[in-house]
Design a protein around this ligand. Sequence first.
Ligand code: FES
Ligand code: FES
Length: 203
Amino acid sequence: MSAASQSGGGSRRSFLTTSAASTMSLSLLDRAPAQPAGQVAPGRGDVVPLSLKVNGQEHRFGADVRTTLLDALREHLGLTGSKKGCDHGQCGACTVLVDDRRVLSCLSLAASLEGRDIVTIEGLAGADGELHPMQQAFIDHDAFQCGYCTPGQIMSAVACVNEGHANTDVDIREYMSGNLCRCAAYPNIVDAINQAKSQMKET
Ligand code: FES
Ligand code: FES
């Protein structure tokens, strides 16, 4: 990880953490409007009806108003591809796409994402099962060992390319710095992204 990314000033990791924290605060405000006299806003432990669009499919379920997107995906929708590494916005294992932007699902409240387009690692392959170029590139370059960080790495890598932040190895390392890999597969991850980025431009 570069010093720049650790120092916080404008790094992707600090951006993601700050954005997610802001989203959480705003969403709490959204879900707790001023109530008419005699009514109580949803609070701790209250189950509320939620509707999430994940991988093109609408899901309706009830959950605690405080449920994070990561817990909603894993525990309510059975989508366990997104991993819980730290649950504190520090490792990137839970990265998903929301309206094509990468988001740390452990720091995002599910209730704040109704009506948004959420894509997880389960939704990346084509309908016919053909792997996304980034998934295939991770396999081709052995860009993982234990694989725990891999879904988050792949989702982040797709966004990194689409953002135009994969032009050089230095850029890739900087804009992937929010995704940690305890197995230190970083050189292979960079190689995989370099392979996939040209294929993604062709599609
Ligand atoms: S589990 Fe979300 S950043 Fe680590
Ligand atoms: S492959 Fe093991 S943590 Fe990244």
